[in-house]
Ligand binder design. Structure first.
Ligand code: KIV
Length: 281
C-alpha cells in the first residue's frame, strides 16, 4: 500500500479501526532524527522500554526510569507528524495500583505529547487498563512474552507452546480487549495461539515474534538495521547491516585525522574578513 493511502495522522482510534484490514506497520523509535526517518513509513512509533538495552546497555528493561521514557518520548513526538506515538511505561511505574498507573501515564502524556501508553500484563492488568481508558488514556496492551517479567520467567522464552500457556495468552488477550485497550502487542507467541487470539479479539493484535496471522507487526528498529547485536531473536529480519558501514566510516575518519588529511581547507575558517567600511548617508 502506498504511503499516500494512509497519509492522514494516525491515532489510537484510527489504529483500532484497522482490525482485520491493512496490516499496521509499527517500529520502535527513541530519538527525534530516528522518528523523522521512520514517520513516513510507520503507522505507530513505539518508544519502547527496550531502549534500556538498545541505547543504555542494560541487560534487561528493568532499570529504565519514567524520566528516561519521558525524555525519549518527547524527542520522538518532536520528530513524528503522521505516525501515532505511544510511550512504554517502565517496570514499577504502573503495577502497584490503577491510581499509580494513571498518575504516571498522565505525566507521560502531558510531558511528551504522545497519544497513549503501553504496558505489559493481561488479566492481571485489566482493571488498570479499564481505569485508564475510562479516564482518557489510550492503552496499548502487551501480552504473550513480557520482558519486564524476565526474572519471574527465568529468561525470554516463546509463550503458548503448551495447552496451559496457550489458554493463558488467549485469556490475557481477551481480558485486555474487554477492558478497553485500543490494540495489543503480542510478543513471542506460538503461531496457532496468535492466530486464534487474532480471530477472537475485537481489537488489532500487533505481533513481534507472533507470526503473520496478527493484524500488524512491530520490530525494534536497531534490529532491522543491524546495529543491535547483543542477541538476535529468530523473529528478527535484517533489512540492513549498518554496523559495518558505521565502523568503516569511523575507521576512515580515524585514518584521515592521523594522516592530517582531515580537516581540509574546505572545513577550515580563514582569518576574519576586513569589515566593510560603512558608506555615509
Ligand atoms: O520495548 C519495546 O520495544 C517493546 C516492543 C519490542 C514491542 O515492547
Amino acid at each position: 500500500m502506498s504511503i499516500a493511502a494512509v497519509a492522514k495522522k494516525q491515532t489510537p482510534a484510527s489504529l483500532r479501526a484497522r482490525k482485520g484490514g491493512v496490516p499496521i506497520v509499527s517500529l520502535t523509535a527513541y530519538t527525534t532524527p530516528q522518528a523523522k526517518m521512520l514517520d513516513p513509513h510507520a503507522d505507530l512509533l513505539l518508544v519502547g522500554d527496550s531502549l534500556g538495552m538498545v541505547v543504555y546497555g542494560f541487560t534487561s528493561t528493568l532499570p529504565v526510569t519514567l524520566d528516561m521514557m519521558i525524555a525519549h518520548g518527547a524527542a520522538v513526538v518532536r520528530g513524528a507528524s503522521r505516525a501515532c506515538v505511544i510511550v512504554d511505561m517502565p517496570f514499577g511505574s504502573y503495577q502497584e495500583s490503577p491510581q499509580q498507573a494513571f498518575r504516571n501515564a498522565a505525566r507521560i502524556m502531558a510531558e511528551t505529547g504522545c497519544a497513549g501508553v503501553k504496558f505489559e500484563g493481561g488479566t492481571v492488568m485489566a482493571e488498570t487498563i479499564r481505569f485508564l481508558a475510562e479516564r482518557g488514556v489510550p492503552v496499548l496492551a502487551h501480552v504473550g512474552l513480557q520482558p519486564q517479567s524476565v526474572n519471574a520467567l527465568g529468561g525470554f522464552h516463546a509463550q503458548g507452546r503448551t495447552a496451559i500457556e496457550a489458554e493463558h495468552v488467549i485469556a490475557d488477550g481477551l481480558a485486555v480487549a474487554e477492558a478497553g485497550a485500543f490494540a495489543m502487542v503480542v510478543e513471542g507467541t506460538a503461531e496457532p495461539v496468535a492466530r486464534r487470539l487474532t480471530e477472537l479479539a475485537p481489537i488489532p493484535t500487533i505481533g513481534i515474534g507472533a507470526s503473520a496471522a496478527c493484524d500488524g507487526q512491530i520490530l525494534v528498529t536497531e534490529d532491522i538495521l543491524g546495529i543491535f547485536d547483543v542477541f538476535r531473536p529468530r523473529f528478527v529480519k535484517r533489512y540492513a547491516e549498518l554496523s559495518g558501514a558505521i565502523s568503516a566510516a569511523a575507521s576512515a575518519y580515524a585514518d584521515d585525522v592521523r594522516a592530517r588529511r582531515f580537516p581540509g581547507p574546505e572545513h577550515t575558517y580563514g582569518a576574519a574578513a576586513p569589515e566593510k567600511r560603512k558608506t555615509q548617508a
